[in-house]
Design a protein around this ligand. Structure first.
Ligand SMILES: NC(=O)c1ccc[n+]([C@@H]2O[C@H](COP(=O)([O-])OP(=O)(O)OC[C@H]3O[C@@H](n4cnc5c(N)ncnc54)[C@H](OP(=O)(O)O)[C@@H]3O)[C@@H](O)[C@H]2O)c1
Length: 248
């Protein structure tokens, strides 16, 4: 019988921002493939709901709430994962926020700092903390960035810059953490999630992409499975666009 290349039985996958949206879809997708999941976001109740969904599927999950913009809290997420499953095979830095302001001049320092803290600083630190544990399992990191990094929307300049920085960190940490730990990014295009609320009507009318539609959250899952699996052993520092062919 052929071995299933995407069987994650016995592997521990830590996913930030997995209470809803793309993170939840990936949590369910990896759980379906046998992985043990660490569900994390700021809200314990919302994480517990996803843990219950995974348990209903017959897989294992724990909730470890964590604010990824809070540098000092990030060690607790790693500790929680190790306490539950004793290992970490994949870290998915998925949590992100896209706040906006009427103009650059009206952007507060607090909004700027929060946007970078959640989208860039948290993934940087969490990856550094996870690295020694991932080295033991020959694991990998997946950063979820945005096509906004390459096709910046003037309504979200700080978000675009923060995701652009995460693309660069992906490449820099891939070099630093190799050869034991691979680091890749999924550069997401428009998906139907809560974060899309502010722009969904504009895209709905005329989605500027080859696919001519907005993605469903579950359509990000196979890319994450690929980047987390040994099938992508020679892929690191890569930025994979999953965007329905948005014109950059
Ligand atoms: N959807 C899109 O069209 C799109 C496009 C490009 C890129 N992306 C990127 O894809 C990723 C997932 O986005 P999504 O669309 O799934 O967003 P979403 O539906 O808004 O979900 C965001 C997730 O992140 C969590 N979160 C927010 N702030 C957090 C914080 N400070 N600490 C920890 N968790 C936090 C949220 O849970 P809590 O509220 O409980 O904390 C939630 O689980 C993000 O990085 C986003 O930038 C999305």
């Amino acid at each position: 019988m052929t071995e299933d290349a995407f069987d994650f039985t016995g592997r521990c996958v830590v996913i930030t921002g997995s209470s809803r949206g793309l993170g939840r879809a990936m949590a369910l997708g990896f759980a379906r493939r046998g992985a043990d999941i660490v569900v994390s976001s700021r809200k314990a109740d919302a994480c517990a709901d996803v843990v219950a969904e995974i348990a209903d599927m017959g897989a294992r999950a724990v909730a470890v709430p964590c604010h990824v913009g809070d540098w000092a809290s990030l060690g607790g997420l790693i500790d929680g994962a190790l306490a539950a499953f004793g290992r970490i095979d994949t870290l998915i830095n998925n949590a992100g926020i896209a706040p906006t302001a009427p103009s650059s001049l009206e952007t507060s320092e607090a909004l700027f700092d929060k946007t970078f803290a959640v989208n860039t600083k948290g993934p940087f630190r969490l990856s550094a903390l996870a690295r020694p544990h991932l080295a033991k399992t020959k694991g990998s990191i997946i950063n979820v960035t945005s096509i906004g990094a390459e096709r910046p929307d003037p309504a979200y300049p700080v978000y675009a810059a923060a995701k652009g920085a995460l693309n660069i960190l992906t490449r820099a940490q891939a070099m630093e953490f190799g050869p034991d730990v691979r680091v890749n990014a999924i550069m997401a295009g428009p998906f139907w999630t809560d974060i899309a609320t502010s722009w969904r009507e504009a895209y709905d009318a005329d989605a500027p992409s080859a696919a001519r539609r907005i993605g469903r959250p579950e359509e990000v899952v196979t890319s994450a499975l690929y980047l987390a699996s040994a099938q992508s052993a020679y892929v690191t520092g890569a930025i994979l666009r999953v965007d329905g062919g948005v014109i950059l």
